[in-house]
Design a protein. Structure first.
Length: 264
């Protein structure tokens, strides 16, 4: 049996400690991709957000040198805050306190080794609130700038234009991304319009299954991997634009690039 992780030369996981020492020193950003393991309806695997984090940060890290930026990627943090999906099997969650602690300890480790900027690229909406708090704490307690990018926020306009408002969890957006990178993991014959149970204005839902029958939103049959390839390319550039803009006005180390969180 072959055991292999798909590490490239910009991945910390491929390096010896001596290589890492140099790479951390040279990196403009040390990138932490964050995903989740949680139910994604009947047609997608529980690893969708983690697979998105892996693939979308690969696009970002490989595009960065064209802007004169160097990025070193940490291994993707596969687990996130997914308690709201727990009624469905396969979901694995860290509770918010644990999750914040994990992120803070990873950030403080990399800061101890000399990293100047930590860029968290998040691909799961549930992680956004605890990541924001963990980022605040890290920045105030360590000599490191924290940048928080919720990837989907930078794609939202384009996704709205194409799919309307209803493309989020396990819907056309995530189905398209999975079809683009891992088509073998999509159960095409299980793609059905996701039936809505409730749509609250102010009330918080307890479990995600309070809102949807199958576990997702929208109609995954509208997916379009080719369109998504363009969205990924455009979004990557928008994120790099935002980072460049922030670097230009970097003054006292208080940098947060968070937009509103998405349901993914
Ligand atoms: Zn998702």
């Amino acid at each position: 049996m072959t055991v292999s992780l798909d590490y490239e030369d910009y991945d910390l996981g491929s390096m010896t400690w001596e290589d890492a020492e140099t790479a951390i020193d040279d990196a403009d950003f040390v990138v932490l991709p964050t995903g989740a393991i949680e139910q994604h309806s009947l047609h997608l695997p529980v690893s969708v957000d983690t697979l998105r984090a892996e693939n979308l940060t690969r696009e970002l890290v490989t595009a960065a040198p064209d802007r004169g930026l160097s990025m070193l990627r940490l291994p993707t943090l596969p687990f996130g805050y997914s308690e709201h999906h727990m009624p469905r099997a396969g979901t694995l969650t860290l509770l918010p306190d644990t999750y914040q602690k994990v992120v803070r300890e990873l950030g403080s480790s990399i800061s101890e080794h000399g990293a100047e900027r930590l860029l968290i690229v998040n691909c799961h909406g549930g992680n956004s609130a605890p990541l924001k708090l963990a980022g605040d704490r890290l920045q105030r307690e360590h000599d490191i700038e924290v940048y928080l990018v919720d990837w989907t926020s930078y794609a939202r306009e384009q996704l709205n234009e194409r799919f309307g408002e209803n493309w989020s969890h396990a819907g056309p957006h995530e189905t398209s991304v999975t079809e683009l990178y891992h088509p073998d993991l999509v159960k095409a014959d299980e793609k059905v319009n996701q039936e809505r149970k409730a749509s609250f204005n102010a009330r918080q839902y307890t479990w995600y299954t309070d809102l949807t029958v199958q576990g997702g939103r929208g109609d995954p049959r509208d997916s379009d991997a080719e369109f998504m390839e363009q969205v990924v390319a455009d979004t990557t550039e928008r994120i790099l634009d935002a980072l460049e803009e922030d670097l230009e006005q970097s003054t006292d180390g208080v940098q947060t690039l968070q937009r509103s969180s998405d349901d993914e």
